[in-house]
Ligand binder design. Structure first.
Ligand code: CA
Ligand code: CA
Ligand code: CA
Ligand code: CA
Length: 496
């Protein structure tokens, strides 16, 4: 019944038609409503009962100070969408988080997410919380620009200590991307800066100190896009203003962007059909030149992108990530692509990884990162990668391996210290949760989760339903913890 409702919702919800509808529907890899919507040029962030906000439910608070979800290995999650007195807010929904960590003051972190004040409605706003104590506690001062429909949050911080919060704004069917800036650790935010753009946006910041320092590069969907066929633009002044959108080769969607150590720019995503592409621009860092993507590489990551799959009915099950090694080691400049993809055969989804040692011109064979035995056929969804300043690669994902019905997921973590040639045995870093609980009137747990790595470990923002509803959590994954875990084994844990 749910599935039927989802189909109806996805079809009825798609109201925005653009020139992207010219994209051939024949290329859709899966016969489902959401793939069809994309093929027809409709956005992921289609409106359900939007855009006027229904009155939120009266907030009800519960559950003292939450919320350290203690795992045996010491992975402790802290809830961030909380009331001023540290209580869970009942009957809201919070998902699709992104996280930024101040590179010059690791005490300062900000998490943004999609905040639904009522699960009875699809209205969502730019949720934001900040920490001034390295994630131990969080303050949710209210949504940025409250009362405005916003979605698709993406966050970053730069070496001046500025935090950037990009998101989609939708007004009366008009899609645009906007940026907010905070110079006080996320406590207060600037007025919105118009960045053009559209649905399912992502951005990358040049914080290298080089020629392109302060450049911001933004990519977005072909659908839900008033600028089609343009899907890319740039700011050369730290997001104070943005240049006119331009078209780029293959128009990759459902992906991300990253800047390399010399200011080289990478964009990854799915083109038409199922082909994934990695684009590279070597002149985007030159402010007086129009960006040209001089290297366009079709890539085989070992599977195909799925959307609209039953594990997250009207969402992605993983976006395509690109990350670059900025370390001062032999692996500096390595380019990594990672995504939750459907591999050949019965398995519905695995976390797949490839590595380039020549600036994205060629790649290794695909590596399956999740280490459940072949044939388990579990869902490893929302695969996410981050590279630490020392070159360590952190990877997280949601995993149903411990539930034969695939009705609960755990956040899993692993890492590599040899450029992804080997990943350590993965470890469950969160308790299990029912990923289908607490849908607002949009049946998904968002489209992604996020992570930023430092020398010591991985700062993770993820959504889970430990309270019986969708909430957002911060988790610091310390690589040493998983090493201890595997050295000691389950049997040596203290009984409690
Ligand atoms: Ca809540
Ligand atoms: Ca989204
Ligand atoms: Ca398969
Ligand atoms: Ca799998």
């Amino acid at each position: 019944m749910n599935f039927r409702r989802n189909l109806v919702s996805a079809i009825a919800g798609g109201i925005l038609l653009t020139a992207a509808m010219l994209v051939s529907a024949q290329s859709q890899p899966y016969p489902n409503a959401l793939e069809q919507a994309i093929a027809d040029g409709r956005s992921l962030e289609h409106m359900d009962s939007m855009p006027s906000p229904a009155p939120p439910l009266a907030p009800r608070y519960s559950v003292p100070a939450i919320s350290r979800m203690q795992q045996p290995q010491g992975f402790n999650s802290v809830q961030v969408n909380i009331s001023p007195d540290n209580m869970n807010i009942i009957d809201d929904a919070a998902n699709e988080p992104s996280i930024a960590v101040n590179p010059i003051n690791g005490q300062q972190m900000v998490i943004g997410w999609r905040q639904f004040d009522s699960i009875n409605n699809g209205f969502r706003e730019a949720g934001v919380a900040f920490s001034a104590d390295a994630g131990a506690s969080w303050t949710y001062p209210g949504d940025i620009d409250a009362g405005v429909f916003r979605s698709d949050p993406v966050l970053a911080a730069d070496s001046n200590g500025l935090f950037y919060y990009a998101c989609l704004q939708v007004t009366g069917g008009n899609f645009s991307e906007q940026f907010f800036i905070s110079d006080d650790g996320g406590a207060t935010w600037s007025n919105p800066v118009e960045a053009f753009g559209g649905d399912k946006l992502w951005f990358a910041l040049d914080d290298t100190g080089g020629t392109g320092n302060g450049h911001v590069y933004s990519v977005w969907n072909t659908a839900g896009n008033p600028f089609f066929p343009a899907t890319f633009n740039r700011s050369i002044n730290s997001a104070q203003s943005f240049q006119t959108p331009i078209e780029i080769p293959e128009r990759p969607i459902l992906g991300t962007a990253a800047v390399g150590p010399d200011g080289e720019l990478y964009v990854v995503g799915r083109g038409s059909g199922t082909q994934l592409w990695l684009l590279r621009s070597d002149n985007a860092r030159e402010a007086i030149q129009s960006p040209v993507f001089n290297q366009v590489t079709p890539i085989d990551v070992g599977g195909i992108v799925r959307i609209g799959a039953e594990i997250n009915p009207v969402g992605l099950v993983g976006q395509v990530w690109v990350a670059v090694d900025h370390s001062n080691t032999a692996t500096r400049g390595n380019v990594y692509v990672l995504a939750s993809l459907d591999p050949p055969g019965d398995d519905p989804l695995d976390v797949m990884f490839i590595r380039s040692e020549d600036g994205g011109a060629s790649f290794s064979d695909p590596v399956r990162v999740n280490d459940d035995s072949l044939g388990t056929n579990a869902w490893q969804w929302f695969g996410t990668i981050s590279v630490a300043p020392n070159g360590r690669i952190d990877v997280i994902w949601y995993d149903t391996r411990n539930d034969t019905n695939n009705s609960t997921s755990e956040l899993f973590y692993t890492y590599s210290v040899d450029a992804g040639q080997n990943f350590l045995p993965s470890v469950a870093a969160s308790p299990a949760f029912d990923q289908s609980l607490g849908y607002p009137t949009q049946n998904k747990l968002g489209d992604y989760i996020d992570m930023k790595s430092d020398e010591n470990g991985a700062h993770i923002a993820y959504a889970a339903t430990f309270n019986g509803e969708q909430d957002v959590y911060y988790l610091f994954a310390l690589p040493q913890l998983s090493e201890d875990f595997f050295r000691d084994g389950f049997e040596n844990l203290p009984a409690d």
